[in-house]
Design a protein around this ligand. Structure first.
Ligand code: CA
Length: 221
């Protein structure tokens, strides 16, 4: 899952980026409203964390523009502490949730996880397909109850497919959602990750749809 952070305080932005990368997300960071608006308009994110007080273009205007452009990515706004007017204005402009500063990173991650899950139509924090189970809270994967060690990229790819279970996901879509923009993107590496995931979880877990991409079906269904 790929997330855009728009935050102008350098320490907070970098710290958020590192925390969320540690939690298994691909992160892009924009440090002003203009850059943030551009990135959110041109890239496909699974969620966006948007500070409201930003240089160049303020956060509310950025959000309003995205919504008018038809960008539907879930947006979590960072508001000033106890500012109810910020929260109301944020929700009215099309935000899906908010966190007031200062916040605990655990709360932010939990809210982000819920936003991404709901946007993909999943109510549960545990995603399953057959004997494969991925817990989005702990970042752990099990096969028939046994823990399976995954690399960060394998986890990101599996998580994206599980969030979109039953749909055909193209390689381009996978590349867009598991790598941040600075990553050297190569569509052949997707094939390598899929092969490794199949070795760990079973050949049948990911189906290749020739010419279209990949699909993860519920083998028990
Ligand atoms: Ca700010």
């Amino acid at each position: 899952m790929r997330v855009l952070i728009v935050e102008d305080e350098p320490n907070l932005g970098q710290q958020l980026k590192a925390t969320l990368e540690g939690a298994g997300y691909a992160i892009d960071l924009a440090t002003d409203g203009e850059e943030g608006h551009f990135m959110g308009s041109t890239e496909n994110y699974d969620a966006i964390i948007l500070d409201l007080g930003l240089p160049e273009i303020d956060g509310l205007t950025v959000l309003d523009r995205w919504r008018k452009e038809g960008r539907t990515a879930p947006v979590l706004v960072l508001t000033a502490r106890d500012s109810w007017s910020d929260k109301v204005a944020g929700l009215d402009a099309g935000a899906d949730d908010y966190v007031a500063k200062p916040f605990q990173s655990e709360e932010l991650i939990a809210r982000l996880r819920a936003l991404i899950r709901r946007a993909a139509g999943n109510a549960s924090a545990e995603l399953t397909a057959g004997d494969v189970r991925l817990d989005t809270r702990s970042g752990k994967v099990t096969l028939a109850g046994e823990p399976v060690k995954m690399t960060a990229q394998e986890y990101k790819l599996l998580s994206y497919l599980l969030h979109h279970k039953g749909k055909v996901v193209s390689r381009t879509e996978l590349i867009e959602h598991i790598y941040d923009q600075d990553f050297d993107r190569d569509s052949n590496t997707i094939e390598v990750f899929v092969t490794r995931i199949r070795k760990k979880l079973g050949q049948e877990v990911i189906t290749t749809i020739r010419g279209l991409g990949y699909s993860l079906e519920d083998t028990n269904a």
